[in-house]
Design a protein around this ligand. Structure first.
Ligand SMILES: Nc1ncnc2c1ncn2[C@@H]1O[C@H](COP(=O)(O)OP(=O)(O)OP(=O)(O)O)[C@@H](O)[C@H]1O
Length: 233
């Protein structure tokens, strides 16, 4: 459904990403694990059209969207949930959700709003409260809900577990599984190895380069993954 080939990002002389190849199908979770500065945000930004590509192409349902800007890419059905969630604090929960609906080109925003409240009941309970008053985990749900409002085919998630307590990380990962279960393709970048539990395929990124690739089961036992992400040698 969405394919990335030979994607590269550079900031002057600094290489952010080298030759990334990736494909995601409906209902799949593709995980990119990497530590700080590995190139995760560069990868997602370049896929979404908000970071300039030095090389490479991105196709969505067979259409080359490599040169389209982020807003247009969102309208075509690929939405980025940025690092740090980017909730508009003074706006209510529902207003934040409705902002996501501006990219909806399928006339489904009203129906999806109801579905988002079913998927994340806490958002319905707090729909008239300021988004900034939600906890970190709830704000992440709100960021997911806002992305869903566009009726996307693909969602790109930049470190959704960041800054959350372990119990909240589990809930956020469950929510990601729920998003994929709607038939949406998910590309998620993470530093948290718990994300292995819900992924279909994993790539490990180091200094902009994919150094390992496989299923979660294969990678969980790899010494390099264990030392870098599971905290033991
Ligand atoms: N705007 C920029 N200008 C210069 N260098 C940048 C810029 N953005 C990122 N970089 C560099 O590109 C490399 C990859 O950064 P990127 O933010 O993609 O990594 P990341 O894996 O998302 O890191 P983090 O987990 O800290 O967000 C790093 O070396 C970083 O310093």
């Amino acid at each position: 459904m969405m394919t990335v080939s030979g994607l590269e990002v550079a900031y002057g002389n600094v290489v952010g990403l080298r030759r990334l190849d990736l494909a995601v199908e409906a209902g799949q979770v593709q995980l990119i694990l990497g530590s700080n500065g590995a190139g995760k945000s560069s990868a997602l930004g370049a896929i979404a059209g908000s970071v300039r590509k030095r090389a490479g192409t991105v196709h969505l349902d067979g259409t080359d969207i490599s040169r389209q800007r982020a807003w247009r890419v969102a309208q075509r059905g690929m939405v980025l949930v940025p690092e740090g969630r980017q909730i508009i604090g003074p706006l209510t929960v529902e207003e934040n959700l409705r902002l996501g609906g501006y990219a909806n080109r399928t006339g489904t925003a009203a129906r999806i709003l109801d579905e988002v409240y079913e998927l994340f009941p806490i958002l319905g309970e707090r729909k008239d409260q300021a988004g900034g008053l939600l906890s970190g985990g709830q704000q992440q749900m709100l960021a997911f809900g806002r992305a869903l409002m566009a009726d996307p085919k693909v969602i790109l998630l930049d470190e959704p577990s960041m800054g959350l307590a372990p119990v909240m990380v589990d809930r956020v990962l469950e929510a990601v599984t729920g998003i994929a279960a709607r038939g949406i393709g998910v590309v998620m970048v993470e530093q948290n190895a718990s994300a292995l539990d819900i992924a279909d395929e994993v790539r490990v990124l180091e200094q902009g380069l994919v150094v390992l690739e496989g299923t979660p089961a294969e990678l969980r036992d790899d010494p390099r993954v264990i030392s870098a992400f599971l905290g033991a040698a």
